[in-house]
Design a protein around this ligand. Structure first.
Ligand SMILES: *Cc1c(COP(=O)(O)O)cnc(C)c1O
Length: 356
C-alpha cells in the first residue's frame, strides 16, 4: 500500500501567518495606497460572460501586455495565479527525483514549502556568504537557484556585478536561475526585459505588490521562449481568471501613469520612516523595497509583534536574520499609517522601559 501523504510531505504545514483583522496591517507588503485604477475600472465593467465563460487558456491578453510594456516577445512570457503559482510551476518543471534548489537565506518564506511540495531538496546558503561568493549557490550542482531581488524579508538588493557573475557561471547548461522581482518597481531596476537573452534565466513578477492586485491572484514571468514554454506546460490551462487577465493587463500597461506616483511616494516614505527608526536606535537594513526590516525591541520578535498588534498595528516578525537576530518587517505606506505605526512603537518602547 502506498502511504498517504507521501513521506516527504509530512513535515509540511499549512501557511498560517497571523491574519486576524487589525486596524493598520503593515505585515504583508501589499499596496497600501490601494489598487491600480485601470484594473479596478475593468472589474467594475464586468459582464456575465466574464464569469460564465472560460478565460483564455494561457492569459494571452496579459502576456501581450507584458510583451508590449517590457519589449519582449509574447512567446517569452508566462503567467500564473499569483507569482507563487509561477514559482510552483517552474519548480515542478525543474523538480522531481533528486532535484535540489539553492538560495541565500533568509529569503521569501514560500520558496521552501513550494520546493518541498514539488519534491525538491532545499539547500540554503547564508546571505552574507552567498553575497561574498555567488559560486556558493552553485555548489553541488543544484537544479534551481532562487534569487529574490530586492530580497524579502531584508529589502536588500544584490549588486548588479554579483548577479552578472552568477549568470555567467551558470552559462547555457547550468541550473535554472529564478530571479524573483516582486519588489523591483521600488528598486527602479529590472532584469526582466533582458531575461530572454540568457538561456537559463526566468524573471518572475507579481501583480500583488506595486500594482495593488493581491486579491486578484495574478503574476507573470519572462524567460527565453524554451524555458517559458516548459513553465506554461507545468502550469496548465485556465489558471488565470478572465477578469484577472484583463485587469492585470491594464495595470501592466499603466496608461495613466499611476505606478510612478506609488513608487515615488513609497521611496519618499521609506526614507522618512528609515530616519525615524534610526532616531529611535533601531536602524533598519538598507532597503530598495516597500518595507523595512529592523531589530526587534526585546530580542523576541514574535512577542513584539503580538504587543504591537494589541495596539492595533500588524508587522511581521522574523528570526535568524544575519547580524540582527530577531527583526520586525514593516510595510511602507501613506504617512498617516506610518505615523500610527510610530505611535504604537513609541508606546511599546515606553511600556518596555516601565516594565524593566
Ligand atoms: C509577495 C511575494 C510574492 C507573492 O506573490 P503572489 O503573486 O501574491 O503569489 C512573490 N515573491 C515575493 C518575494 C513576495 O514577497
Amino acid at each position: 500500500m502506498s502511504p498517504f501523504p507521501r513521506p516527504d510531505y509530512e513535515a509540511l504545514t499549512r501557511y498560517t501567518p497571523d491574519r486576524r483583522p487589525v486596524g493598520i496591517d503593515l505585515s504583508d507588503n501589499t499596496n497600501l495606497w490601494g489598487t491600480h485604477p485601470a484594473a479596478l475600472e475593468r472589474i467594475r465593467s464586468a459582464g456575465p460572460n466574464d464569469l460564465a465563460r472560460y478565460p483564455d487558456l494561457y492569459a494571452d491578453r496579459l502576456r501581450e501586455a507584458v510583451a508590449h510594456h517590457f519589449g519582449v516577445a509574447v512567446d517569452c512570457v508566462t503567467t500564473g495565479c499569483g507569482s507563487d503559482d509561477v514559482l510552483d510551476s517552474a519548480f515542478r518543471a525543474a523538480g522531481g527525483d533528486s532535484a535540489t534548489i539553492s538560495f541565500a537565506a533568509p529569503t521569501f518564506s514560500m520558496v521552501e514549502p513550494l520546493a518541498r511540495m514539488n519534491g525538491m531538496e532545499v539547500r540554503p546558503t547564508s546571505w552574507p556568504d552567498a553575497l561574498d561568493d555567488p559560486g556558493l549557490l552553485l555548489a553541488g550542482a543544484p537544479s534551481v537557484v532562487y534569487v529574490c531581488r530586492p530580497n524579502n524579508p531584508t529589502g536588500e538588493q544584490a549588486p548588479d556585478e554579483w548577479l552578472d557573475e552568477l549568470l555567467a557561471r551558470v552559462g547555457g547548461d547550468g541550473p535554472l536561475v529564478i530571479l524573483d522581482e516582486a519588489y523591483a518597481d521600488f528598486a527602479e531596476e529590472t532584469r526582466l526585459p533582458t531575461a530572454p537573452d540568457h538561456p537559463r534565466l526566468l524573471v518572475a513578477r507579481t501583480a500583488s505588490k506595486a500594482y495593488g492586485l493581491a486579491g486578484l491572484r495574478t503574476g507573470f514571468a519572462v524567460a527565453c521562449a524554451e524555458v517559458a514554454l516548459e513553465v506554461e506546460k507545468s502550469r496548465g490551462p485556465y489558471k488565470v481568471t478572465r477578469l484577472g487577465t484583463d485587469a492585470a493587463a491594464a495595470a501592466v500597461l499603466d496608461e495613466d501613469g499611476w505606478m510612478a506616483g506609488v513608487v515615488r511616494s513609497t521611496i519618499e516614505n521609506r526614507r522618512r520612516l528609515s530616519r525615524e527608526l534610526d532616531a529611535r536606535g533601531y536602524a533598519p537594513l538598507s532597503s530598495r523595497s516597500n518595507f523595512l526590516l529592523f531589530r526587534s525591541l526585546t530580542g523576541a520578535a514574535r512577542e513584539d509583534a503580538l504587543r504591537l498588534r494589541a495596539r492595533d498595528v500588524a508587522v511581521r516578525p522574523f528570526s535568524g536574520i544575519p547580524g540582527m537576530g530577531d527583526g520586525l518587517r514593516v510595510t511602507v505606506g501613506p504617512w498617516s499609517m506610518m505615523e500610527a505605526f510610530l505611535t504604537a512603537l513609541d508606546e511599546e518602547i515606553a511600556a518596555l522601559e516601565v516594565r524593566s
